[in-house]
Design a binder for this molecule. Sequence first.
Ligand SMILES: *Cc1c(COP(=O)(O)O)cnc(C)c1O
Length: 397
Amino acid sequence: MSSLVSKRVQGLPPYLFSVIDEKKKRLQEKGVDVIDLGIGAPDLPTPNFIVERLIKELQDPQNFKYSGYSGCQEFREAVAAFYKKQYDVELDPTTEILTLIGSKEGIAHVIPAMIDIGDAVLIPDPGYPVYRTATYLAGGECIDLPLDPKNQYRPIFSQLSQSICEKAKLMFLNYPGNPTAATVDLDVFEEAVAFAKQHQIGVIHDSAYGLVTFDSFKAPSILQIDGAKDFAVEFGSLSKSFNMTGWRIGYVVGNREIIRALSKVKSNCDTSQFLPIQKAAAEALNSDYKTVEQNNAVYNERLEKMLDALKDIGIHVEKPKGSFFIWAPVPTGFTSQQFAEKVLEEAGVIITPGNAFGPSGEGYFRISLSVPTERLDEAVKRIKSLNLEVTKHVPNH
Ligand SMILES: *Cc1c(COP(=O)(O)O)cnc(C)c1O
């Protein structure tokens, strides 16, 4: 009998986390206290004022109807006000902003809105795995956009071959970056917009960590660049900045043509988010951002502790300016997978092997700082006592 499942889904790359997940389960069954620094979702609660607004809106039966397809006006106006205040960028809430059921949903749906089968998409390597899998599911061809640590994980557009430049239809960027924690200043966005103009391609900037920054660094928006709206859209999310992962609320802003196309795809798939959630999210965006600062202070403290612990075992990483990740090289003699397994077996701590984020991630690992600080302290203690000297690890080929 032929398969009931499409060749495309059958061909989806195997989930690299599965080996580690199985090991985690086995260790937990043996009574090991496993600390998960793999998962990239905040442990901190959604701020109270947002929950209170949700409760209030839940009591109004007017809110139980379908939302408009592009989301409720209050939410889109709050996004516009946020862009004006944060970046001095003007946006028309009707044509340049669209509500999303989390930015991941929007990222997955915008690809078929922009490419045809066989079109090529430039994908950051290493990068957030959804860009790659969603491109593949949309029938696109993934082309690696190499991010070199020697260039602070910024693309070098002049090094892309002429054939790649001619073939590409779309390019993804993501700063502050997952998994690299790399940040950029406006010059990189300026180059990206110039590149897009020269080759007439679309640019998608994923700004999921746009507000998660340290040491007074302010992450820029690609829309601050003149002419960006001719080629680019930017995705934003309340998941990481307001600890709202499970609420599923985000937005996309920028180029009207792309936003209209995404809206067309989405209106055939969903009917936007539950109105009380959109209204509570508007409350968050209209706030004074004190809670965002408080969260960032918590991540900053965790970040410094973990960087010190890594230094103690000989792994030196420059302090990142954004995201809640540490991206670090594995000690010599290990592959990413081998090191992640060693840390799990000997310290009971889950880290993500870098190769889960693309071929160039090999040789690195990612630590997520999104566990309660006491748990992180415990993880720090265990990592400090890892012995990397005596283990003469022979890599198996
Ligand atoms: C978490 C994350 C997202 C998805 O966020 P949601 O709005 O919760 O869907 C998108 N991009 C990156 C890089 C992320 O890390």
